[in-house]
Design a protein around this ligand. Sequence first.
Ligand code: SF4
Length: 234
Amino acid sequence: MILGDICTRSCGFCAVQTGKPTWNDPLEPYRTAMAVKKMDLMHVVVTSVDRDDLKDNYGSEVWAETINQIHEHVPDCTVEVLTPDFKGHQPALNTVFAAEPEIFSHNVECVERISKKVRSQADWQRSMEVLRLSVDCGLHTKTGMMVGLGETFDEVVATMKQVRKLGVAIFTLGQYLQPTKKHFPVQRYLSDREFTDYKKIGLDLGYQVVESGALVRSSYHAHEQARIVIGNKS
Ligand code: SF4
C-alpha cells in the first residue's frame, strides 16, 4: 500500500485509519520497486489509501511513478494497480493509465442501491466511469465487490452485467466480514453454493476470470488471473 496508511475517507466496511495524512516520501516509488526486486516477484498488486487532500492530482503522479519504477527495475514483473477513484478527475486517471499497468483495477465494492451507506464519500456511477475509461484506454481491467451487505441476488447479477458491458475482464466477489463492532454489520453469510452460482453466471456473461468465494479478496490469485488475461510477460 502506497501513499501512507491514513485515508481521507472513512468507508463503513474498512479498517484503514481515517484522518489527515502526513505522508511525504518522494522516494516511495523507487523503494517500492526495490522491495519488488528483492522479493523477486513475478506479479505485484499495488494499492493505496485515498488522498483526496492532494487536490492537484490526488496522488496519481506517485501511482504512475511507482508503476514506472517497477517496470524499469523489475521488467519481468507484471504490475496490477488497485486504485481509488481519484474523485473521477480525468487528468489524474490519465496519468495512471499512461504508465500502462498490466492490470488496472478499481472496485465497485457493492451494488449501487446500498453504496452510499457502505462508502459514503464514493459514488457508484463514478466508479463505473473509472472502469469505462480504463477499458477505453485499452487496459486489462478488473473490479470486485463484497456480498453479505444487504444486496439481493438480482442486484448482484445486474451489477455483474453492467460491469461486463463496460468490457471489464476480471470480476472478484467475496463475503463481507465486519472488521470491528463499529463497522457496518454483516447482513448475511452466503453459502458456497451461492458463490459457485455467481461464478458460473459471471463466466456465462463473458468475463475471462471470475473469482467467487467466501474468502476471495481483490488480490486473491491475482497472479494466476493476470496470466490468463495477459499471458506471460517477456
Ligand atoms: S477509501 Fe479505501 S482505504 Fe479509504 S476507507 Fe475507503 S476502502 Fe478504506
